[in-house]
Design a protein around this ligand. Structure first.
Ligand SMILES: NC(=O)c1ccc[n+]([C@@H]2O[C@H](COP(=O)([O-])OP(=O)(O)OC[C@H]3O[C@@H](n4cnc5c(N)ncnc54)[C@H](OP(=O)(O)O)[C@@H]3O)[C@@H](O)[C@H]2O)c1
Length: 246
């Protein structure tokens, strides 16, 4: 049973194979919510979770760079469970480098994959969300979309756009009681940050008030708060960065 007493609700979480998305999936399951766990290339972790939680997890293939898979994935979830109440847009690609050194096609691939994929997925999900219970969309952005980071012009552009996207969508969907919020993490220990050189990592830790990287569970708890508990929040950006951006 969920926090608001509604049973059998369904969430679709993108990028559920690892990192923050896998943690969000686990925490939603802990709240009694069934999870469609979307993966791009690594199905095994989601399939394993489905084995551990029979009837509670549906592995779904979605590739942000392949728009056809997005609508098909949403329909697969709806056909399987007959509903969709929550959408967590967590998957993202990262590629970086100073603007003058980054290949223009690679630059646009980051922006396009993240932004176009997000919009296409939401477009397919809206008809189902509007009939959901406590329906909401959580967009996982990033603090670098708010304050910038050298070497991140493409990624930060996509993350900044996600805020304008979410706030506009919040206005479009308010009459249907669908809440749309953004979670903006700082630096978190995942595969995405594993390649940060030791010197840069120490500089980030030094600039973070809490003096460390965040954990995936800390970010997942914030995501579940927005998705489930923040019933009077829409169009908000919740920063979870240990004070790095202050
Ligand atoms: N880690 C951080 O410090 C940090 C900070 C701020 C914001 N964020 C944001 O938090 C979210 C999760 O980050 P993370 O660190 O957990 O990432 P991660 O460890 O790199 O995992 C990325 C996830 O996204 C999926 N994915 C990648 N490309 C995809 C595509 N084209 N289509 C569909 N799925 C795709 C991957 O699926 P497969 O495994 O199947 O390939 C994987 O599940 C992202 O939006 C990221 O921008 C992260």
């Amino acid at each position: 049973m969920t926090s608001n007493g509604e049973e059998g609700r369904v969430a679709l979480v993108t990028g559920a194979s690892r990192g923050i998305g896998a943690a969000i999936a686990r925490h939603l399951l802990g709240r009694g919510i069934r999870v469609a766990g979307a993966y791009r290339s690594w199905r095994d972790p989601v399939a394993e979770l489905a084995t551990q939680r029979p009837g509670q997890v549906l592995p779904v293939h979605l590739d942000l760079a392949a728009p056809d898979t997005l609508a098909a994935g949403v329909e697969e979830v709806h056909q399987h469970w007959g509903r969709l109440d929550t959408l967590v847009l967590n998957a993202a690609v990262w590629d970086g480098g100073r603007l003058t050194r980054m290949d223009p096609d690679a630059w646009w691939r980051v922006v396009e994959t993240n932004l176009r994929g997000t919009a296409a997925l939401v477009r397919a999900a809206i008809p189902h969300l509007v009939t959901g219970q406590n329906p909401s969309i959580v967009v996982v952005g990033s603090v670098v979309g708010e304050i910038g980071f050298a070497g991140d012009t493409a990624y930060a552009s996509a993350k900044a756009a996600a805020v304008g996207f979410a706030r506009s969508l919040a206005k479009e969907l308010a009459s249907k009681q669908v809440r749309v919020n953004v979670l903006a993490p700082g630096f978190v220990d995942t595969d995405m940050t594993a390649a940060v050189p030791a010197g840069s990592r120490q500089a980030i830790v030094d600039a973070t008030l809490l003096g460390r990287f965040g954990s995936v569970d800390e970010i997942a708890r914030a995501a579940v708060f927005l998705a489930e508990d923040a019933t009077f929040c829409t169009g908000t950006v919740l920063t979870a960065d240990g004070g790095w951006s202050l």
